[in-house]
Design a protein around this ligand. Structure first.
Ligand SMILES: [Zn+2]
Length: 287
C-alpha cells in the first residue's frame, strides 16, 4: 500500500495538546504503514493568523523531533495554484459569483442559492461552489460510515471570499492532491468538512482519500481545546512528557521517557488504531 499522510496545522494560535494528538497520530499511522509524513501550514486566512504561531509550529516540529519527509509548505505561497483551480471550476461552470453580504445572509446557515442563476461577474465577488442534492458518504477508519447531503445541510459554499481570501476547503483539497496525499488523519472537529472536500475533489477528478478523524481533547468546560478556549501553548521544554501524555491519551501502550526521536520510534512500533478511544471526544480533561 502506498501511504502519504500529513499534519496540516493552521497558525491561528500556538499549537496545543489537541494539535499534538493529531501530529502524533498522523505520524505514527504513516510510519507504521511505511508511508511518508508531510507538514503543511494552512495559512490562507491571513487576517486570522496569530503573530508568531508559525514560528511556534516550526519550533514544536523541531522540539518533538518529528522528521517530515519533504520540505514544509506554506499555503500563503501557493495562492496562484488555488486561483488556477478556480479557473478550472469556472470553465466547467461548477462555481458562480455571489454578491450576498453577511447582512443579507443573516443567521441562515444554509445558503439558498440566491445568486446561482444571476451570472454575475466574478470580479470583487465571493465565489461559491454548486452542490448537488445527493448523499455523500465515506467510511471513516475510526468513526465509521458518515453521510451528508450538502444541498440540505449547507447549500452552495464559498471557495473564495469577497475580500480575496481563498477558503480552507479549496486550499486543503488542492494541496492534498498536489502533494499526493492518500491518508488524512485529523481531529473530529473537521468531520463535517469532509463531505465538502470529497465533493470538490470529485468535481476535479481527484482520487478519493482515506479518512480517520480522532477524538478531541476537551477542557474542564467541556469545550475542545482551541486558541479561542485559551488552550495552553505546547511547552517545547517538556516535549518528552507531553509526547508520553499524547500517546496515552490516544490509548496506546506507554512509552518510556527518552529523547522524543526514540519515543516516537517506539510509539510507531506499538501503534494500533484499534486502541484509540471510540467516539468524537476523549474522556479525560486536558489543558
Ligand atoms: Zn449570493
Amino acid at each position: 500500500m502506498s501511504y502519504i499522510g500529513r499534519f496540516a496545522p493552521s497558525p491561528t494560535g500556538p499549537l496545543h495538546f489537541g494539535s499534538l494528538l493529531t501530529a502524533v497520530a498522523s505520524y505514527c499511522d504513516a510510519k507504521t504503514n511505511h508511508g511518508k509524513w508531510l507538514v503543511r501550514i494552512e495559512d490562507t486566512d491571513i487576517p486570522r493568523i496569530y503573530p508568531h504561531s508559525e514560528a511556534h509550529i516550526l519550533s514544536c516540529i523541531d522540539a518533538f523531533q518529528f522528521e517530515p519527509d519533504a520540505e514544509i509548505i506554506f499555503q500563503k505561497d501557493r495562492l496562484d495554484l488555488y486561483e488556477q483551480v478556480l479557473e478550472q471550476l469556472k470553465q466547467i461552470q461548477a462555481v458562480y459569483a455571489c454578491q450576498c453580504t453577511r447582512k443579507m445572509l443573516g443567521s441562515n446557515h444554509i445558503y439558498a442559492g440566491t445568486c446561482r442563476d444571476l451570472h454575475l461577474d466574478f470580479n470583487q465577488q465571493a465565489i461559491r461552489l454548486k452542490v448537488a442534492d445527493q448523499l455523500i458518504c465515506f467510511d471513516d477508519r475510526l468513526q465509521g460510515q458518515q453521510c451528508s447531503n450538502l444541498h440540505h445541510e449547507l447549500g452552495d459554499f464559498v471557495l473564495k471570499r469577497r475580500d480575496g481570501i481563498i477558503s480552507y476547503q479549496l486550499a486543503v483539497v488542492v494541496d492534498d492532491y498536489l502533494q499526493g496525499i492518500t491518508h488524512v488523519v485529523r481531529g473530529a472537529d473537521l468531520l463535517d468538512n469532509t463531505a465538502r472536500q470529497i465533493w470538490l475533489g470529485s468535481l476535479l477528478n481527484y482520487p478519493t482519500l482515506s479518512y480517520m478523524h480522532l477524538p478531541l481533547a476537551m477542557n474542564d468546560q467541556g469545550q475542545k481545546l482551541s486558541k479561542q478556549n485559551m488552550a495552553q501553548a505546547l511547552d517545547t521544554s517538556k516535549a518528552p512528557e507531553l509526547l508520553q501524555q499524547a500517546i496515552l491519551a490516544l490509548g496506546q501502550p506507554n512509552i518510556e521517557l527518552d529523547q522524543p526521536r526514540i519515543m516516537l520510534k517506539q510509539a510507531v512500533q506499538q501503534w494500533n488504531i484499534a486502541l484509540i478511544p471510540k467516539g468524537i471526544h476523549l474522556a479525560g480533561i486536558y489543558l
